[in-house]
Design a protein around this ligand. Sequence first.
Ligand SMILES: [Zn+2]
Length: 485
Amino acid sequence: MTRPRARYLRLLYLALILGLGAAFLRPAGGNRGLALRYTVHPVPGGGFDVELHAAGLGRDHPGFRLLDGWGLLQDQSAHVDGFEARDPAGRPIRVATGIREGTARWTLAGSPRDAVIRYHVRPYPPDVSAEASFVDRTRLVMLGYSLFLLPTGVDHYEPLDVTVRVDSTGFPLWSSWPEAGGVYRPGSAHDLWSGVVAGGAFNPTRLNRGPVSVTVLTEPATGRSTGLTIANRLLPVLGRMVEFFGAPPRGDSLSVLAVYRTRPAPPGRSMMSGNSEEGAFLCVASPDRYADPQSLTQLASHECLHFYLGGALTGGPEPPYQNSPDLIWLVEGMTEYLSYRFMVEAGVLSPAGLREVVARKEREAAGAPSNVTLAAAARRMDRMDTYQLVYSRGFLVGLLLDREMESRCGGEALNRAIRGLFEECDFYRTGKALTPDFVRSEFDATCPGTAALIARYAEGNARLPELSGEPASAATAATVAGTGR
Ligand SMILES: [Zn+2]
C-alpha cells in the first residue's frame, strides 16, 4: 500500500496495529508439564529450518498451529513445508493436516506425549512488510508468529517453559526476548509469538534512562546518525509514557527493540508502516521517509503506546482484526492522539507542530466519508478512506475529550481516566478485557458528562466541532508547561 508523497504519509499496517495483546486468543487449558525447545537454523536466501523438541503434549496438546490469517500476512501456514514428527526414539509419527476454526492444524496420530517436530518456513520477501520473517545473505528478521508452530490447547498468557536457540549465522543478533547463555526464554506463548530476533547488517544504537531502554536498529544504508536521532527522540517519549501510566506496561522496566528497514518505493510514492510487538517495534519505511525523523518518531511513539493501549488495556477481540471495533476510538484514536501529545510533553514536538497536526487531521477527516462511525471504519480497514478515518477522526476525538474533560472537570481529567483504567484493568495482571460500557462509565465517573460525549463523537458519527481554530485549552496549556519536567 502506498500513498502519494504530498499527502500525510504515515501508513500503519492496520491489523498489526490493533493491539497485539488483543490479537491472541485466550483459550482455557494449562501449560503445566509442557516444555518446548525450539532450534532455528536460518538458511540465507532459503528461509528457516525449525526443530522442536516438545515434551508433555498428550491429549491436551494433540496438534500444532501458527497464528494464521492475521494481519496482512494471510495464510502464513502456506509458508510451512515439510512438517514431520518423530517420537523420541526416532520413529515417525503420522500427521493429519487440516483447517480448524480458520487456521491450519497439524495433528499427531495417537496424541504422543513427547515428539520431535521438524519443519521449514519459506522466507517472505525481505521488503514486503514489517511483518515478514526473512533471511538473506547479510541479515535476518525472525518474527515469532510467522515462524513458530505452537501446540494447540496452550494458554497464551500462562507461564510456559519455552526456549529458542538460533544456530549461528555469524550475524550479531538482537531480540526482544530475555537471553542467557545464548538461549532465549520467552515467558509465555504470547511472548513467543509476539517476539522478534533481528540480526546481521544493522547499525545498533542503545540508550537507557531509568526503567526505560531503547535499542534502535537501522540498516547501514541509512547512516548511523538516523538511529541515534530516533533513539534520542524516542527515549524521552517512552519515559513520558511510563510516567503517565505510573508504571511500565509489564514488569518493572520497558525495553524497546526498534527495527527500521528501508524498502524501495516506486517513484513519487512514499511508504511507511509499523507494527508493535511486546517490547519491540518494527517499521518499514521507504528511503525518503528516513529523511523525516519526526514522522518516524511519531510512528514509533504510536506503536510503543500500544504496549499500554492495545496491550495492557485491550478490548475483547472480534475477527478478522481481533480487536473490539467499538473501542477503536480508544485503542487507535486515543493512541494516535496521545502519541503526539507525549511528543510535545517530552519536548520532541513543538506546540506549534501539534497545532499543524490538528489542522491536518481535520483536513483528512473532512476528506473521509462523514456517515461512517469509527467502529464501522474499523471493520473496513482494507479501504483507504475508512482506514484513514480511524487515525484522523480518532485523533480528533481524543483531543476533543481531552479539552472537554479539562474544561468541565479540570485536574488533567483525561489523564486520570486513562491511568485509572490501566491501574484497574491491566490485562497482564487481571486477565480482563475492557468493554465499551465499562470504559464509558469509568470516563463518566472521572468526569461526569463524558459518557455522553463518547456516545456522540467516539461511538457515534456526530460532526466534530472545529478544534484547530480554538485557542489552547487549560489541558493543552498545562501540557506545554509540563514539558521538560
Ligand atoms: Zn495503532
